[in-house]
Ligand binder design. Structure first.
Ligand SMILES: *Cc1c(COP(=O)(O)O)cnc(C)c1O
Length: 495
């Protein structure tokens, strides 16, 4: 199986090269040339497997340059008991007969990015070997919080790699900062940037396009790479949990084999929900994929009108991982829905970069509407959902998950569609203690780690160990640099 660029179908490369490169040289994203489908009876056999086995089965269908035994080795390490606090890895929690939460936050950093970033280091290092690359790889990340920590946990002590994370010095929460600055591992680095997230991101982007630096680092045996969500190696592991959730619902007799379900997904960069779309195309019975946004509702407007317009006010919300105006992975959906029309995608993406907007054809818009529904929740609605879900269902959810559940409720009211629905739960409520406590009506003065204890006392829900244990951690990284000094920092890190 080969992979194509969404902007040029004539670019055809094997999976290992796709993962090693991340982005296609023409700026497009790699997609499989044919989406594999689950053969007859496959879903039934998947029902009898555990999560790791399901992951090997599904990923093998896409990675024919990897052997099953390689993938077994990687998935057993990625989803082991050392990192995940439940052998189910991605358990489904039911709150009533037709509403189920797929909990994707049982990994080491308590957010769903672990599902992919625990796996990516193995796929990436193996891909570099397979493509004959003899340099070691250094991952550079600019983070607003969640991705940096998940990437650090994924790459810590992985042979042949180093990882350096930059975060804005006043732009992450106390808990997120401590999670990163106390990171263990002999190959990791963390550094504050005196500026905001955009400064950090712009700095890292300019390092990636610095040819002289690339050369200099190559002579030292280093290759720079990124861990962001346009890499196929991050998307693929996410397809697995949609299939796994379907099997779990069959096994628990909440649905019959073949019965359709809805998935409602809190969306930022469109990676998570796109994985759901691929799972559907592979054969998982899906009625609707519901795309949930916060007040940054650019995707809601796009799905409802056919116009993607990023020229709008940017809001900072209590679901920060969804505060995004350009959802990169949407390009992959458009490529698929348009019947692999690379010329059209080039046009849309050109308009997006020159005008900040594009409008898809009526045909494409209708096709999207036949699969996707969309809605959004603002911060007040989100808090109300957290409050009601806890008091009525005795289930504590985080702000991102609450956006999705709120949008599902609105969808049900407006459509009267009673299909069994799965809400994708993307973070532990303990990652966003301040907003969750305030949603429960507790306005507190404490900050940082003290909030974890307060939320535990308030709800009786145990906090995940990696967060509870943060108070025992020692800060290892205290460096901060001016935004003009990122290159220097990288050169020192790779001495
Ligand atoms: C990244 C993230 C999202 C958004 O996922 P996308 O794949 O970017 O759409 C939602 N919730 C949480 C907690 C996240 O960290």
């Amino acid at each position: 199986m080969k992979y194509l660029s969404t902007r040029n179908r004539d670019i055809r490369v094997p999976a290992a090269k796709t993962i090693a490169r991340g982005l296609s040289p023409d700026g497009g994203l790699y997609v499989p040339e044919v989406l594999p489908t689950l053969p007859d009876g496959a879903l039934k056999s998947l029902c009898g497997m555990n999560y790791t086995q399901r992951a090997v089965y599904v990923m093998s269908m896409f990675l024919d340059d990897f052997t099953a035994s390689e993938l077994t080795r990687y998935t057993s390490k990625a989803y082991s008991a050392a990192g995940f606090d439940t052998p189910d890895v991605a358990p489904v929690r039911s709150v009533d007969g037709s509403t189920h939460f797929l909990e994707l936050w049982h990994g080491p950093t308590c957010a769903f990015k672990d599902m992919a970033l625990q796996m990516l280091p193995y796929l990436l290092t193996a891909s570099l070997k397979k493509t004959g690359e003899d340099k070691s790889v250094c991952i550079l990340v600019a983070t607003s919080g969640d991705t940096g920590k998940a990437a650090l946990e994924g790459f810590a002590d992985i042979e042949g790699t180093k990882i350096l994370v930059f975060y804005p010095h006043n732009g992450v929460s106390d808990i997120q900062k401590l999670q990163m600055t106390s990171q263990s591992g002999s190959n990791v680095g963390v550094c504050a940037v005196k500026g905001n997230f955009d400064d950090a991101q712009t700095g890292v982007k300019s390092i990636f396009s610095d040819k002289a630096l690339e050369e200099q680092l190559a002579q030292r045996g280093w290759l720079l790479s990124s861990a962001n969500s346009i890499n196929w190696g991050r998307l693929l592991p996410q397809i697995v949990y949609y299939i796994s959730a379907y099997c779990d619902l069959v096994n628990s007799h909440n649905i019959k084999m073949g019965e359709k379900v809805n998935f409602c997904v809190p969306t930022g960069n469109f990676g998570d929900i796109l994985a759901g779309y691929y799972a559907m195309k592979m054969g998982v019975p899906v009625n609707k994929l519901i795309c949930a946004s916060n007040k940054n509702d650019v995707l809601t407007d796009f799905i409802n009108t056919g116009t993607y317009d990023k020229n709008r006010k940017f809001f900072t919300t209590i679901s920060p991982s969804m505060d995004i105006l350009v959802s990169s992975n949407l390009e992959r959906l458009l490529f698929d829905i348009s019947g692999f029309n690379d010329m059209l995608i080039r046009e849309y993406m050109y308009e997006l970069s020159s005008e900040g907007k594009y409008t898809v054809s009526d045909d494409i818009r209708n096709r999207i509407a036949s699969v996707f529904s969309a809605g959004y929740c603002d911060d007040d609605e989100t808090k109300d959902v957290i409050n009601r879900t806890f008091s009525e269902k005795n289930y504590l959810i985080d702000t991102h998950t609450a956006v999705a559940y709120g949008v599902l409720e609105k969808y049900r009211r407006s459509t009267e569609d009673n299909t069994v629905s799965v809400v994708i739960s993307t973070a532990s409520p303990y990652k966003f203690c301040d907003s969750v406590l305030s949603a429960l009506g507790d306005d507190v003065e404490e900050r940082g780690l003290a909030l974890i204890d307060l939320l535990e006392k308030r709800t009786g829900v145990p906090a995940p160990m990696p967060l509870k244990n943060l108070n025992k951690k020692v800060v290892r990284f205290t460096d901060s640099v001016e935004k003009s000094q990122l290159t220097e920092k990288v050169l020192n890190f790779l001495k």
